[in-house]
Write a protein that binds this ligand. Structure first.
Ligand SMILES: Cc1cc2nc3c(=O)[nH]c(=O)nc-3n(C[C@H](O)[C@H](O)[C@H](O)COP(=O)(O)OP(=O)(O)OC[C@H]3O[C@@H](n4cnc5c(N)ncnc54)[C@H](O)[C@@H]3O)c2cc1C
Length: 438
């Protein structure tokens, strides 16, 4: 397909956000009689799913301490549930387990779930948590866990399959998706709007609006828009912390063991929920070596060829060469030992699984904002940015909200994610989780 010289709506990035935005925009245009998918052009320098969306573990959950994240995630789960077949969504649920320090946070999350009508269950106390887990998995044996938030919604989706599902939905609405088109520059008009997108295959004039959804390449687009590399942040107490880097990179460590996936099933034979376990119980390998006696955590899910998951990410100092994506950078050499020891700590069925650890296409780098929460906002009068701070494969519903905003509506769900929060001090509350995205 040739590069058109103009399009009313241009979307950069064919990951979960760019594609969801394009699809919902096409649907909205048609529903409002204001156009069609033919007015929407998606550009990607590689192709659909070439970025973080194509390697995401695929976990969909609503264990968020921040009210705005929880409310937005509820809307996203609604989108996943709207067409599980097309999105390859497995609504198996999600279980978060933690030590005493996490009890207040998970209780707060649960109480909000109750208020907003998101189906979950809270269990507090070491013995009752153990009973709950043993009913599901008789070989459960994790220690140091006193709180369990069992989400009966959520689960996981298969990363590339869901991207392909969105591509099909876009195409059914007539959206044009062009792969192998790299955006090099955004040309400004005198009023600050971006009227031309300069690519390695030519120029595209933007008739109405430009949406950028560049995933880990957020910092590149930030610079293209002439935005500052460091910012001042007003904290909720009113203090101002100066010169904070707007973007940092973390390496998400993930891996898998090759086993018959059905060995990870519930006692009743059903598919297991995604498990996220944090504990401060000492962690040993199966042959008795101490891995850590500090707080540690893992997550894991049943995959097509085994069991896949990860652990806490590692910060990467300075800049990162992202291409070809995903670059493997700053991987802890002890990751496989730790993750397998942790699986075995959780369930005896995983004893000895270190020998089954597979080197696979798992893990990769994500770009995080100055407060580790997304920026969903206009950065120019006609440029809307979907910069999700690596929260966002699960956030398939953000595109539905962005589509409405682009067509002139207001989104109460996206408002808490405006860039201005760093200046006004309307930051999101921080939980006790060791992860940067909780
Ligand atoms: C290892 C890993 C595991 C993860 N697991 C989960 C998980 O379990 N659950 C969850 O919710 N989230 C997870 N995430 C986060 C999630 O994957 C991302 O937040 C989300 O996929 C970002 O989607 P996106 O559409 O913004 O970006 P991407 O999917 O990265 O898409 C951006 C696209 O922009 C294109 N692009 C970049 N620069 C240009 C340019 N100059 N011109 C044209 N195109 C360009 C790229 O080719 C790419 O296709 C994980 C992330 C990683 C790295």
């Amino acid at each position: 397909m040739n590069l058109p010289s103009s399009a009313p709506y241009v979307v950069v990035g064919a990951g979960i956000h760019g594609l969801s935005t394009a699809y919902h925009l096409a649907k909205e245009l048609r529903a409002r009689g204001g156009g069609s998918g033919g007015d929407v052009l998606v550009l990607d320098k590689s192709g659909p799913g070439a970025g973080a969306s194509g390697i995401a573990c695929g976990v969909v959950r609503n264990n968020y301490f921040q009210p705005a994240m929880s409310e937005l995630m509820q809307a996203c789960v609604e989108v996943w549930e709207s067409d599980p077949a097309a999105y390859h969504y497995n609504p198996v649920g999600y279980i978060a387990l933690g030590p005493p320090v996490q009890e207040p946070d998970l209780t707060t999350v649960f109480e909000r779930h109750e208020r907003i009508g998101y189906r979950s269950e809270l269990i507090v106390g070491a013995d009752v948590v153990d009973d709950h887990m043993k009913t599901l998995f008789p070989d459960w044996r994790a220690r140091g866990v006193t709180v369990c938030l069992h989400e009966h919604q959520g689960g996981f989706a298969f990363n590339m399959d869901s991207v392909r599902g969105l591509v099909a939905k876009c195409e059914s609405e007539g959206v044009k998706i062009l792969s192998g088109v790299e955006v090099l520059e955004l040309e400004d008009a005198a009023d600050g709007t971006v009227r031309t997108v300069v690519t390695d295959r030519g120029r595209v004039d933007v008739g109405e609006q430009l949406v950028i959804a560049p995933g880990p390449w957020a910092k590149h687009f930030w610079a293209m828009l002439g935005l500052p590399a460091t910012i001042d942040i007003r904290t909720p107490t009113g203090d101002v912390v100066r010169d904070q880097p707007m973007w940092t990179y973390w390496n998400l460590q993930e891996g898998e063991i090759r086993v018959d996936p059905t060995m990870f099933a519930k006692a009743d034979g059903g598919p297991p929920p995604v498990i996220h376990l944090d504990t401060d119980a000492p962690l040993y390998t199966d042959d008795g070596q101490l891995v850590t006696d500090e707080l540690w955590g893992i997550y894991y899910k049943r995959d097509r060829h085994g069991v896949q998951g990860g652990a806490s990410p590692l910060t990467v100092s300075g800049d990162v060469e992202l291409d070809p994506y995903p670059q493997t950078t700053n991987v802890d050499p002890g990751f496989a030992d730790m993750w397998c020891a942790a699986l075995s700590h959780a369930m005896s069925r995983f004893e000895g699984c270190r020998a089954l650890y597979a080197t696979a296409r798992s893990g990769g780098v994500g770009a995080f904002t100055a407060d580790n929460f997304p920026v969903f906002d206009y950065l120019r009068p006609n440029v809307y940015a979907v910069l999700d701070s690596n929260h966002g494969y699960k956030m398939i519903g953000v595109g539905r909200e962005v589509a409405k905003v682009v067509l002139g509506d207001h989104s109460t769900l996206l408002r808490p994610f405006r860039f201005e929060r760093f200046e006004t001090g309307d930051l999101h509350p921080v939980s006790h989780s060791p992860y940067p995205w909780s």
